[in-house]
Design a protein around this ligand. Structure first.
Ligand code: SRM
Ligand code: SF4
Length: 523
């Protein structure tokens, strides 16, 4: 085939690579890749297409790949966690894992030659990493306490699973949805606290009653990026929760996005390719009409109000479930970092005390559900709870961080360790009466969502004393839960070395923190 004459020149580099060979094609070449070694792979296969299988070449640690899974609704079982722990364990010091801001897990240290075996072991326990990166629908988030929350309106678990199955062809890969103009995020909320950050998803399903029937109002187009951050907007659609309309509507939106990507110019510039740009171009009415035509039946107008009535919960601590006699434990995992050891331990605790289930939150933490109340005291004595506390200090508790410089080549600053250290020190120095959500992100891509934070820190470079040093831009006043809205940039270019001082002042002046009184010397 003479690709040069068939691939439109105006396509961006990624689009050209996709037009030459769909990302999913590398699925059939993994044994061959394992044989020839990563150094001998075609550059586009290595750096672009492997991401269709969730395999990320890391220029910071060449040869040691990151594997991004899919954990629908953030729920996995102990057997699956065991398998993931075993995978990273074999890489010794290189092996670790992160809970992500999309209720998901990424594994580190992976060697390409092991991928065929790893994929087999994931398949054996019903897991997949397919279509978790690049121009695909990313891990689909749902209420972390689905099915156990007494205030729940809709159990999101079956809906999220059905969505994932339809979009990924039950984890096998689905060419119908493997060539979107850009990444795509879907979130399904079933509770009252907007636990999934509906406002920053390309599609968000938000619980709402229409004529006394329970279903979802639908928001579209929310996203964060270096170019622009946009809150999701209502599309004036309501779908019931008790049939397949959530899935069918999502697929219709994805088809409209995919099919019009070229004609609407989305495939020319990566920076203006998210679905919000299509909505802007057409206007929400025309966008809705196109989606309705693709959906194939009349779309109902949105319910007058939604049911998000609560402040966002972080789920850390012990909470009664709607099942009488049972509680869930929310464990704080500092900046989401897991080791093989802690993963094995989580699996064991879930088996011994719960029903084997482990849940993840977008705050990068873990929930162990279904703990019989008579076992609460015993679980409290487990050594893992010293590391993954149910009652962490206030700033540490609400700290979120993207990957940062340790593994990400986009990063302008180290995030996780620095964020943790500063939070711990300020927790020691200050009495902080209310939770303050600090989000760190290593570059303007905003994976650590600084715009949803009380205090958002976005990595940058700063000139200080004639030298370029690591710094951050400061965002403030992001609101989550009920009435969510994005925060604003309030100060540019704070050198990281000055940050503890700046944060201390902010906490005192804006969040009513007070310096702790030093303990009396007893003299
Ligand atoms: Fe992200 C790219 C990590 C959530 C916006 N993101 C990347 C890459 C793949 C860049 C790269 O190749 O190195 C990062 C991988 C680093 C690594 O080794 O871990 C990366 N993003 C992450 C994670 C792991 C951050 C975390 O520590 O939790 C999150 C993985 C989620 C998942 O499980 O799928 C992650 N990324 C997000 C979010 C938050 C969210 O979804 O709520 C956003 C903003 C929301 C959004 O997408 O609208 C986000 N990531 C981006 C962007 C900017 C997208 C854009 O439209 O411009 C990029 C760059 C890109 O796509 O070109 C990016
Ligand atoms: Fe990497 Fe930037 Fe995303 Fe952090 S925000 S993970 S530094 S791309």
């Amino acid at each position: 085939m003479n690709t040069k004459t068939q691939i439109p020149q105006k396509l961006n580099k990624i689009e050209k690579a996709k037009a030459q060979k769909d990302g999913l094609e590398v699925k059939n070449e993994l044994d061959y890749f394992a044989q020839i070694g990563w150094e001998n792979l075609d550059k586009a296969d290595l750096e672009i297409r492997l991401k269709w299988l969730g395999i990320f070449f890391r220029p910071v640690t060449p040869g040691k790949f990151m594997l991004r899974l899919r954990i629908p609704n953030g729920i996995l079982n102990s057997e699956q966690m065991h398998v993931l722990a075993g995978i990273v364990q074999r890489y010794g010091e290189d092996g670790s894992a992160d809970i992500t801001t999309r209720q998901n897990i990424q594994l580190r240290g992976i060697r390409l030659e092991d991928i065929p075996n790893i994929f087999q072991s994931l398949h054996n326990v019903g897991m997949t990493s397919v279509q978790s990166g690049m121009d695909n629908v990313r891990n689909i988030t749902g209420s972390p306490v689905a099915g156990i929350d007494a205030d729940e309106l809709i159990d999101t678990r079956p809906l999220v699973q059905k969505l994932q199955d339809a979009i990924t062809n039950h984890g096998q890969g689905n060419y119908d949805f493997s060539n979107l103009p850009r990444k795509f995020n879907i979130a399904v909320e079933g509770g009252r606290d907007n636990s999934i950050h509906g406002e920053i998803n390309d599609i968000a399903f938000i619980p709402a009653y229409r004529e006394a029937k329970l279903g979802f109002n639908v928001l579209v187009g929310g996203y964060l990026s270096a170019q622009r951050c946009a809150e999701a907007v209502p599309i004036n659609v309501w779908v019931p929760a008790d049939n397949d309309d959530v899935v069918e509507l999502s697929l219709a939106i994805l088809r409209v996005y995919t099919q019009n990507g070229l004609s609407a110019g989305l495939r020319e510039k990566r920076q203006t390719a998210r679905i919000m740009w299509l909505i802007d171009k057409w206007g929400i009415e025309q966008f809705r009409a196109k989606v309705e035509a693709e959906f194939g039946k009349e779309l109902l107008s949105a319910a007058p109000k939604d049911e998000i009535t609560q402040e966002k919960k972080d789920h850390i601590g012990i909470y009664p479930q709607k099942q009488s006699g049972y509680s869930y434990f929310g464990l704080h995992v500092p900046v989401g970092r897991l080791s093989a050891e802690t993963m094995f331990e989580l699996a064991r605790l879930a088996e011994v005390y719960g029903n084997g289930e482990i849940r993840l939150t977008v705050e990068q933490n873990v929930i162990l559900p279904d703990i019989a109340n008579e076992n609460l005291d015993a679980l409290l004595t487990e050594p893992l709870l010293e590391q993954f506390s149910i009652n962490p200090s206030p700033l540490k508790r609400s700290l979120i961080s993207c990957t940062g410089k340790q593994y990400c080549n986009f990063a302008l600053v180290e995030t996780k360790q620095q964020g943790l250290k500063i939070a711990q020190n300020l927790d020691r120095e200050l009495e902080i009466p209310q939770p303050v959500r600090i989000h760190w992100t290593g570059c303007p891509n905003s994976c650590g969502q600084p715009q949803v934070a009380d205090i958002g820190l976005l990595g940058t470079k700063v000139r200080k004393d004639g030298k370029m040093v690591e710094g951050v831009d400061l965002y403030m006043d992001g609101k989550v839960g009920k009435g969510a809205h994005l925060g604003k940039l309030v100060q540019k270019g704070i050198a990281c070395e000055d940050l503890p001082e700046v944060l201390r002042d902010l906490l005192i002046t804006k969040f009513a923190a007070k310096p702790k009184v030093p303990e009396s010397s007893g003299i």
